[in-house]
Design a protein around this ligand. Sequence first.
Ligand code: NAD
Length: 381
Amino acid sequence: MAIIGVLKEPDGENRVAILPEIAAQLVKMNFKVLIESTAGSKAFASDEDYKAQGAEIGDKANVLSSSDIILRINSLTKDEITKLKNGCVAIAIFHPFFSADTVQLLLEQKVTAFSLETIPRTTRAQSMDILSSQATASGYKAVLLAAVNLPKFFPMFMTAAGSITPAKVLILGAGVAGLQAIATARKLGSVVEAFDTRSAVKEEVNSLGAKFVEVEGAKDDKAAGGYAVEQSEEFKEKQKQVIHDHAVKSDVIITTAQIPGRKAPVLITGKTVKEMKKGSVIIDLAASTGGNCELTKNDETIEVNGVKIIGSSFLPSTIPSDSSKMFGKNVFTFLKLILKDGNINLNFDDDLVKGTCITHNGEIVNEKLRASAPVKKEDTK
Ligand code: NAD
């Protein structure tokens, strides 16, 4: 009987890779589920809750040395990787394009590592897409964070004490997080505009009650599997000007623009921030990959000329119950691809298995990773 182990997340992370309800399903599928003690406590799942579903509880050393499959949300440390059981399958978000050292160690230790954020974006993969599920949490929470930091109301009010105009919100990047941010900002009664290089999202933006900001001449590469592609210098200049004109009139800007495997595009310059209204708020969800605002500092809140810039890529962790629930469901659906009759069954002919696997038997499997020399995380700053 193969053992599926769940590691506790690093300090500061409140989520857990699977909640007890998913542990129960794995137990039913004839796996032994071993949870590192207190792994779920910050997501309100106690050791007792896991045990009640048939899982066992162990300490870190025990989970690392005996698990055939290891699950975690955040990447494993070097120390943890060296302590994995021989031939272990490790599933986490490894950020392989930014973590050359981790990839190297996974190769040396011959770990079969699946990095869930690299799953190909196909219809079949939708239920396993952790980027989408966690982006839903980010987009929602970004708006709430903006609302509590804004010195104004979001909705319009007509009161005996006078009229309040609604807040103006600009969303940059209308992917999963951006669309959720639009929906949440609209529910709070603000006036919303959104911009994306993929003009295909215009209809979705409009249907959520927001105005789509047009910039002509964007490269919209349909071959990139729903992702954005790097734009020409001429387009970037035009885009900066249009965004500047809309930004200076906004009370809140939520930026979500990402290009997979690359540094996030700079959409808000320092000059724009200096001309924005005092009291306005920027929530930069691309902070961990360099930020969409030139002045963003990852995991910090700074104030420039009265404009608050909150750089955060960890908002899903602030909604730990539901973010873990969605993450766990994604992982469980993915696990079903690589498990059969109580054992591990890796089929590299399956595009989702092949696309998500970064290392196996001392070799890089993911084609994009093989083609690109991984860069160190500091290089993205
Ligand atoms: P993402 O997090 O990689 O990027 C967020 C958004 O930023 C994207 O919409 C992107 O177009 C935009 N962006 C990039 N550069 C920009 C720039 N310079 N200016 C403005 N915007 C810029 O993307 P995401 O939200 O994870 O997904 C993007 C799209 O992929 C989704 O809307 C969806 O249609 C598709 N998708 C498909 C699947 C699937 O089929 N399995 C899963 C998830 C998403």
